[in-house]
Ligand binder design. Structure first.
Ligand SMILES: *Cc1c(COP(=O)(O)O)cnc(C)c1O
Length: 225
C-alpha cells in the first residue's frame, strides 16, 4: 500500500533525480485526492489527469496553484469544460479537436496551451497524429490560423515493449520531429516542449531529449480501475 506520505517522498525524490530542465508531471488518474495532497505537500505542482469527469472535482478539491495537465483522449464536446482551467492539454490528437480548443479559448478570452500528440508506437489503438500528418500540418502553415492557442511542442508514447532498442527508436523519432518542426517553422514561437517518458521508460526518454516526463505508477503505485 502506497500512503500519501510515500507518494510525496517518491515524487520529491524523482524530481530531484531529473536533469536540469526536465519537469515532472505526476500522473494522478484513478488516485484519490489525499494521494495528490501527499505529493503536493512535498512540492509537486504539476498533475496529469486523463478524464474530464475526474479532473473537474479534483480541480475543486486541490489548492489553486496546481498546474493541471490533461493527458487523455479529449472529446470535442468536453473542451469548453477544461479550457481556461488547465495549464497544458498534452493530448491534442486531431485538427478538429485543435479547432474546438481554439474556438473555446477565443470564447473564454484565454490562451490555450497545448501539445500535439504524435503516434509513433507500434500499437494500433493509440491516438495521435502520424509523423506525416504532423509534418503536413506544420508545412502547410495551418498553425498560423489559430487565434488563441499556443502550440508548445509534442507529446508521445513509445511502443509498450521490453525491447529498449525499439523504445529508443520511438523516442528518437519524436525528438527528430520536434526539431524538424522547430527548424522549418521559424515563426513558431515557444515550440520547445517534448513530453515523453512514463514510469517504465522515462530514463530512455530523457536520453532522447524529453523535457517533460509523465510518471504515475512509480509515484502513486498501481491504479485500481
Ligand atoms: C497513465 C499515463 C501515464 C503514466 O503511466 P505510468 O506507467 O503509470 O507512469 C503517462 N502518460 C499518459 C498519456 C498516460 O495515460
Amino acid at each position: 500500500m502506497v500512503t500519501p506520505q510515500m507518494a510525496g517522498d517518491a515524487a520529491a525524490a524523482l524530481r530531484n533525480s531529473l536533469p536540469q530542465g526536465v519537469k515532472l508531471v505526476a500522473v494522478s488518474k484513478f488516485h484519490p485526492v489525499d494521494m495528490l495532497m501527499g505529493a503536493y505537500q512535498k512540492g509537486q505542482r504539476k498533475f496529469g489527469e486523463s478524464r474530464v469527469q475526474e479532473l473537474l472535482p479534483k480541480i475543486q478539491a486541490m489548492p489553486h496553484d496546481v498546474q493541471w495537465h490533461f493527458i487523455g483522449h479529449l472529446q470535442r464536446n468536453k473542451v469548453s469544460q477544461i479550457v481556461g482551467r488547465v495549464a497544458l492539454i498534452e493530448s491534442v490528437d486531431s485538427e478538429r479537436l485543435l479547432q474546438a480548443i481554439d474556438d473555446a479559448a477565443v470564447k473564454n478570452g484565454t490562451t490555450a496551451r497545448i501539445l500535439m500528440q504524435v503516434h509513433v508506437a507500434a500499437e494500433e489503438t493509440k491516438f495521435g497524429f502520424s509523423p506525416d500528418e504532423l509534418l503536413d500540418f506544420f508545412r502547410q502553415g495551418k498553425y498560423q490560423q489559430l487565434k488563441a492557442t499556443h502550440i508548445c511542442g509534442l507529446m508521445g508514447m513509445a511502443t509498450n515493449t521490453d525491447d529498449a532498442w525499439r523504445i529508443e527508436q520511438d523516442f528518437a523519432l519524436l525528438n527528430t520531429l520536434q526539431q524538424t518542426v522547430a527548424r522549418e517553422c521559424c515563426d513558431l514561437r515557444g515550440f520547445d516542449t517534448l513530453s515523453m517518458g512514463m514510469s517504465d521508460d522515462y530514463p530512455l526518454a530523457i536520453k532522447h531529449g524529453s523535457n517533460l516526463v509523465r510518471v504515475g505508477t512509480k509515484i502513486f503505485g498501481e491504479r485500481q480501475y
